[in-house]
Design a protein around this ligand. Sequence first.
Ligand code: HDD
Length: 751
Amino acid sequence: QAIAAAMPANALKQHDHGLDAGHAPVEGESVKPPVAALGASTLSEVADSAKVGAGGAAPGLNATTDSLDSARVDSTGQAMTTNQGVLVADNQNSLKAGLRGPTLLEDFVLREKISHFDHERIPERVVHARGSAAHGYFECDVALGDITKATPFAQAGKRTPVFVRFSTVAGERGSTDTARDVRGFAVKFYTDEGNWDLVGNNIPVFFIQDAMKFPDLIHAAKPEPHHGMPQAGTAHDTFWDFVSLSPETAHMLMWAMSDRAIPRSYRMMQGFGVHTFRLVDAKGESRFCKFHWTPSAGTHSLVWDEAVKISGCDPDFHRRDLWEAIESGNYPEWTLGLQVFTEAQAAAFNFDVLDPTKLVPEELVPVRPVGRMVLDRNPDNFFAETEQVAFCTAHVVPGIDFTNDPLLQGRIHSYVDTQITRLGGMNFHELPINAPLVEVHNNQRDGIHRRAIPRGRVAYEPNSLGGGCPFQAGARGFVPFPEPVAEDKVRGKPEKFADHFSQATLFFDSQSDVEKNHIVAAFRFELTRVQTPAIRQRVVSLLRNVDETLAARVADGLGMQLPPAQARALEPPVKSEVDASAPLSLFNFPGLGDVTGRRIAMLVADGARADAMQQVYDRLIDAGAAPRYLGTKLGRVASSTGAPIEIEATLETMPSPLWDAVVVDASADALVKVGPAVEFIKEQFRHCKTIFVLGGSIALLAAAAIEPTPDDAGFIDLAAGEAVTGAAIDRFIKAVGRHKHYERERDPSPV
Ligand code: HDD
């Protein structure tokens, strides 16, 4: 309140600390409880209580929103100014010596505008450059005080604000969303004891075991340096050269070639902290922990042909999906699960828990659900938030600690280091999106773009002139877990790190036949693009150590003889403790089978059965799906049964890969000579999507050469003239909820 009273009388700043209700985010973006209800007299008090109270953000209050209010600018009703606040009289014409004369150097308005524009871009992230993010909260379901003192887990029902950024790894900032790639899954928890960043991926293991190899891995995966190709893809020689010479990559390669690397949506993929972390309780005791995020919407993927085509028709596919889901109130949600185990348990595993190429099979340590994360607000500004957010594995809070995983150890250094270049100096922690909700007090000073104005003459400790402040917090602060270390300094690896294949085999053995087929096809695709035959051979020789049938199938796909298996680092080979692990298959997380946010094409032409189509349309809306009338051009089509139908999307702008399912009626037969319509149906079928035929559209199906088998649950066909019943629509909705009907898939596709 004292700060609020001292605020300068600047109209643009009146909404700092929530003083001006007119600048509150629009409804649905953030829920602010009535001030009185929380027993506070101003919103700034509410925000303060959300920041430092032991209970964290008050119920219904998104404390991040309030902290960002101080930086928000709303120009509604305002006149234009320069950056110095001087009103701009004319924003169209530069200042000239005469109407046809040269522009004058004194035109500070022009120069400021151009100069600022010239410096608008900052370097992109060296990896994970392409990303999308959203605000939300983590809500604890189970108090975990007995295993960690980290405050997000202090009590059931407690909410901690989060900002989450999803990303691809290899592509540049403007690259396509649906490239085959690992997805970043970075969560910043604004806890009431400082920021905790869980910087994970959608795959629980990593390519390499030691940070020392990270620059090599990334150089191999990125576009080749001589010609800058290919963009956002690993299907090229340098990547496969590197990985085939680094057998520790075998396990992660299996995941990267699986459908995990082409998710349908960020909302439909798991996330993992990857490394083994430590949880530390109030008594200072520690346990190991692996973090798992599991989406409520289920784990669903694209098929490769579809992913490639989406890259052309909507490179922003995942960004748009996340944005639209949140805007429409379908808030993406994940359950956080923990695998907690002791050092004694870890020592008994036949793999090393410090090796990031290994996971802990859930059969050995089950995943315990402890809370859920909901993303309920899109950023106000992409650059200020999504681009400037800086995650770092070193950002931990009391109760969370590191292990000696050599990949994690290197990461602890890398993130802030890279951000100093990207964000231009050491003060990026002051950017609103990066600033913690708790206050920051230390003697660090100055540097480029310093925002804080520290008061007083003391910037050192110990001091007497400042009353000894800020003082050390002692046991209240972050106290590292006192793990004993008594070894020689060496460059090397523990012996168990030399097992490169047991879990790659476990992963492959845990896949369904459909998933295995996709893995084989992915290796075939990537290696067919590799130009050097010896590299292809080396990869297949590596695969022989994972699974002989996999290697044989890939070799067959590449039209080559099976090469001898690569020599192993460890003989005899280690065998995984479990033969197969159900949670490694994507099909093990179907989600609720609902259709929220699913895009359904209602393909119509003149003569459409408006009543039947609208009946389906309305039911889909009720179910939370996004149906749209699709036609050859915008405008209206005449219906056979009533009012004309307004076309909402066209075949040209929204072809088949952008839709999850299609509904057609007899009117669509009028499109039998429209190539894109025939192609649309073909691709719906080829990409294993649900097709709902409201009777009589035989000609279009025939033109698309579709021959569904009677047991195809994704093909629902009403006889000509048959009434559209609720039961039929329910069957359709259920089929869409299954996401894909892989039973019809053939390689190569006959359609
Ligand atoms: Fe990393 C970014 C995840 C290994 C060095 N990493 C970055 C991001 C994610 C990950 C999600 C993007 C964060 C954002 O959205 O801003 N990285 C991982 C995971 C790894 C991993 C799950 C293995 C378990 N990374 C890793 C290693 C190093 C780095 C071994 C270096 C030693 N990562 C970086 C980086 C980046 C980064 C260069 C680039 C941009 C940034 O940090 O801010 O520091």
